[in-house]
Write a protein that binds this ligand. Structure first.
Ligand code: MGD
Ligand code: MGD
Ligand code: SF4
Ligand code: MO
Length: 898
């Protein structure tokens, strides 16, 4: 639609990077926005790939009812009629909404308004329950409001940065790059990582505390006690601006006064522990960043409060370079918290426990139906669906069949639910399979609205191209349903700008400044009079955005020591260590930890379609320590069975020193669309934090055993395979087709005879065959003209076999001689490649290592210059750094390279 550069915001993580995008011959080109204060021009591998998401394959293009395409009018009328019937027969609480931090603020606002204000059901929750809710609960307990005090600039001003339970290098890569750049400027900046795993982030830190999973409260209680012992408390700040200190300190001292005891329970050396405590006590400017290793725990809220306690005890909050900093995960997790999309908050930081707020919001929305009590949180919401209490659920922008704990239970719930409505931009998702009504939503590049990032900065996502098929913006869909339900007046918006202005007005409604402070933290009074043009031209703005105050005064909260509690004082919260709910035992002796990989986004509905994002890590796996591999008779690269008390799955074992003995790690990403059995949430118990309701996704007792199978196959093919008869499969999108990994209990011969009918091209073709005796490996290629149609490699085990060279195979115009060579001997073929490290330039680890060695390179900049790896987005630079370190070590000891 446009061929000039348009400023917009990334669709992925909560860093909220600014992007400039341009449409050129229907292709969207992106680059980092140098003026955006989140990234100043940087983008990571996922942001760089955004152009390829637009107009990509796999989109949901029209509405469906019971599997049949239909018109928007039919779909909306049916939803509105059915919802009204449910309300009439079973009451409004029989309707549930489950939303997402990937909706825009305008979408989120109208969904929340419709449910809480007009349908009158409190049962609206969001995937932020699985993500940020422990931080929200802890902020409210300590500050009286869900406020993130600091801003990104603090990372450049800090002298010590603590990264707790976050793999920043992979999950918030641009913030990580900002920290690394800050360290280059100020080498005294120290970085501490607290994570049971030796992640890429941990490997590049000054200090890594690989604590026993779940013990963070103990660690920070120990710190509070240490600060007191060493006279490091800020007594003036504590007296003047806080309450509850003595009790919190007493609890900390009771359980954490003995350093040796602490070190033993945290499973780290007392030297490392003391070093961390000393650095915290002796450094003026400290930022503590935290994410899911803290939040996703049955004591997640206490973990966050244990961190906040330490910052409050030294008055390290609200000052440049100082403060606790909850990293938001999704692009608009913060926007969702603002509008109040969670079941236990009303709207716009108005709360259920404040009767004035209820009255104010009823007046503002002109409604008498505003809900009075909090509703069901995600896990309870799906339980209520399973029990038949909720008769109709509308899921928007999230894939709970993959991301919720005990996902099998979510499937049962959706199967039993009389009406399941799902709005998504993709056709094939695990959740869509259970939808009665499917609604096509516009995706990034098509939609328009606001998102708020981790540092409270509101930015625009802008439309670049026309919607795919009949896709519509989420806010439009919600408003149409609302209007048909009879709430015409309240949902008759002209456009998304109208909705935003109403939302801004709500934040400012009777929120007049008290002294220098608004009554409520969330105040957008500066934005209430935006014209539609100003909305379209909007430049990134941090909140609070208060009329008649200088915007630069609003970077940080709590600089004046005033908090949003009744007494205006911050609250120390008394916390003590509680072990995870389900404990390891002799049947399930290993702790299963789950999380993210660098180039995939959540349930992969969009990122799996981009071949270059699938090369860094291309199949589901479980990491386990070499010691445990021996104990459980597991071989590297072989298939294993992983079992918890509620489920079992089969996946590839990767033996790795990154994980300590007694623990295993599996990525959360793979779904039933992409693997027969790689879906980890089916193992996870739905244990939740008592305050936040956030599930314990990082701690599940499991056991592991070898899975018995007789052969493996790798298939590269242009058409999708029918997979239901295969014992084990995974699917990867490559250029021009698919790469499947298969495994079977049958013999290679029988297995091949089953496969062959699916591999032959329709038109005339020739077949090449080869048998490698030493590896007992069969290879077949089906050729159609000058191109390969499909090829298959089958052997008892293929783990000698390198797959990366297959990624481009279907795009090559192959000469017959080359084809023969390919099938006959892949290992000496010039295409033979290795693990791809750099997604943007597709540079392999092997090339990087060889170049480092041959050219004796000693810094990442030189490696980027020589190989181009890391020269675009830089997401692979931490891994290049590790290769450099290992090369250096190995050249010093004359040993082999990795
Ligand atoms: N590439 C990529 N980036 C993403 C996303 C993505 O899907 N892909 N998703 C985004 C979203 S929504 C989110 S919420 C963020 C999440 O970002 P992160 O929280 O950084 O990511 P995770 O991998 O879930 O978990 C972080 C770390 O917590 C550690 N951990 C586990 N248990 C404990 C514990 O008891 N204590 C401590 N201290 N650490 C523990 C894990 O080993 C893991 O390394 O990432 C965002 N960014
Ligand atoms: N085991 C385990 N489970 C976890 C986690 C973990 O660390 N471990 N992390 C948890 C966390 S932090 C999070 S945030 C969740 C994420 O989990 P989900 O939210 O379930 O994951 P996504 O893949 O992001 O799902 C988003 C869906 O919305 C669709 N979509 C994208 N954009 C739009 C849009 O604009 N409109 C509409 N209507 N649809 C859209 C996508 O195609 C996709 O199907 O997972 C949680 N689950
Ligand atoms: S760090 Fe990467 S994924 Fe996150 S907002 Fe920036 S470009 Fe997007
Ligand atoms: Mo998240």
């Amino acid at each position: 639609m446009t061929n000039t550069w348009v400023k917009t915001t990334c669709a992925f993580c909560g860093v909220g990077c600014g992007i400039e995008a341009r449409v050129n011959n229907d292709k969207v080109i992106v680059r980092g926005d140098k003026q955006h204060p989140a990234n100043f021009g940087r983008l990571c591998s996922k942001g760089m790939a955004l152009g390829e998401i637009v107009n990509n394959k796999g989109r949901l293009l029209q509405p469906y009812i019971e599997g049949k395409t239909t018109s928007w009018q039919n779909a909306i009328t049916k939803i509105a009629t059915d919802f009204k019937q449910v309300v009439d027969h079973f009451g409004s609480e029989a309707i549930g909404f489950y939303l997402s931090g990937q909706l825009l603020t305008e979408d989120y606002y109208v969904a929340n308004k419709l449910m809480k204000g007009f349908i009158g059901s409190p049962n609206i929750d969001t995937n932020s329950r699985l993500c940020m809710s422990s931080s929200v609960a802890a902020h409210k307990r300590a500050f009286g409001s869900d406020t993130v005090p600091g801003c990104y600039e603090d990372l450049e001003k800090a002298e010590l940065i603590i990264i707790a339970g976050a793999n920043l290098a992979w999950c918030h890569p641009v913030l990580y790059q900002r920290i690394i750049a800050a360290k280059q400027q100020a080498p005294n900046l120290k970085i501490v990582v607290i994570d049971p795993r030796k992640t890429i982030t941990a490997q590049t830190a000054d200090l890594h505390l690989a604590i026993e999973p779940g013990t963070d409260v103990l660690l920070f209680n120990g710190l509070l006690h240490y600060l007191c012992q060493g006279n490091k408390l800020n007594n003036h700040f504590i007296r003047q601006y806080t309450e509850g200190f003595s009790l919190a300190l007493q609890a900390a001292t009771n359980e954490a006064h003995d350093l040796l005891f602490l070190a033993k329970h945290l499973a780290i050396s007392s030297d490392l522990l003391t070093q961390f405590y000393r650095w915290f006590a002796e450094t003026d400017k400290v930022v503590t960043l935290y994410s899911q290793g803290i939040n996703q725990s049955s004591c997640g809220t206490d973990k966050v409060n244990s961190i906040l306690n330490c910052h409050l005890a030294m008055g390290k909050i609200g000052k440049p370079g100082c403060g606790p900093f909850s990293l938001t995960g999704q692009p608009n997790a913060m926007g969702g918290r603002e509008v109040g999309g969670m079941a236990n908050s009303l709207a716009a930081h108005l709360e259920f426990n404040n009767p004035q707020h209820h009255e104010l919001l009823s007046r503002f929305w002109h409604t008498s139906k505003l809900v009075k009590q909090p509703g069901l949180k995600a896990v309870d919401l799906f339980d209520a669906v399973a029990k038949g209490k909720i008769k109709a659920i509308w899921i928007m922008g999230t894939n709970p069949v993959v991301s919720m704990p005990n996902s099998q239970h979510v499937i049962t719930a959706l199967k039993n639910c009389p009406l399941v409505v799902v709005s998504d931009c993709m056709l094939e998702t695990d959740t869509n399979q259970y939808a009665d009504i499917l609604l096509p939503a516009t995706d990034w590049g098509e939609k328009s609205g606001m998102v708020t990032n981790s540092e409270r900065r509101i930015s625009r996502q802008r439309t670049l191209v026309k919607p795919a098929g009949k896709a519509k913006p989420d806010w439009w869909i919600i408003c149409e349903v609302a209007k048909q339900m009879g709430f015409y007046q309240a949902f008759n918006y002209e456009n998304e700008a109208d909705i935003f202005k109403e939302y801004a007005k709500l934040t400012a409604f009777e929120n007049d400044a008290l002294g220098n402070n608004s009554i409520r933290d969330l105040d957008l009074s500066l934005l209430t009079d935006l014209t539609t043009q100003e909305y379209h031209d909007f430049t990134p703005t941090q909140w609070p955005a208060i009329k008649n105050t200088k915007q630069s005064n609003n970077k940080r909260f709590f600089a004046d020591g005033k908090f949003y509690t009744q007494t205006t004082k911050a609250q120390f919260i008394t916390v003590s260590y509680k072990p995870p709910v389900t404990k390891t035992n002799s049947t399930y002796p290993l702790i299963l930890n789950t999380g993210r990989i660098r180039d995939q986004w959540h349930t992969m509905t969009r990122t799996s379609f981009i071949p270059k994002l699938c090369t860094h890590i291309s199949e589901p796996y479980v990491h386990l320590n070499p010691l445990d591999a021996t104990t459980f008779s597991i071989k590297h690269d072989e298939l294993v069975q992983l079992t918890s008390n509620i489920g079992t799955l089969i996946t590839k074992a990767k033996v790795s020193e990154q994980i300590l003995s007694g623990q295993v790690f599996m990525p959360m990403h793979w779904t039933r669309m992409l693997a027969s059995s790689g879906q980890v949430s089916q193992l996870i118990n739905p244990n939740v934090d008592p305050f936040s309701g956030q599930p314990e996704s990082k701690y599940t007792p499991v056991t592991i055993s070898p899975w018995q199978y007789n052969c493996e196959a790798v298939v590269v093919v242009r058409k999708k395979l029918i997979l239901k008869h295969f014992d084990y499969w995974t699917k990867q999108h490559i250029k021009g087709g698919y790469l499947y990994r298969l495994a079977s209990k049958q013999s290679p011969e029988t297995f091949y005879s089953k496969l062959i009918t699916q591999l032959k091209p329709d038109s005339a073709s020739s077949r090449l065959a080869f048998y490698d005796k030493t590896e007992q490996e069969f290879r077949y290629g089906f050729i159609n003209g000058p191109q390969l149609h499909a090829c298959v490699f089958i052997a008892p085990r293929l783990n000698h076999f390198d797959l990366a060279w297959l990624n481009d195979l279907l795009t090559l115009n192959l000469q017959p001689a080359l084809l023969h060579r390919l099938i006959a001997n892949n290992k000496t073929n010039s295409l033979v490649n290795e693990k791809i490290l750099c997604a943007c330039k597709q540079v392999s680890q092997k090339i990087i290592c060889n170049t480092i060695r041959q050219q004796q390179l000693d810094c990442t900049a030189a490696v980027s210059q020589a190989t181009l790896a890391g020269s675009v987005c830089g997401s692979c630079i931490p891994e290049i750094q590790i290769l450099l370190d290992t090369q250096l070590l190995s050249s010093n000891s004359n040993s082999e390279s990795p």
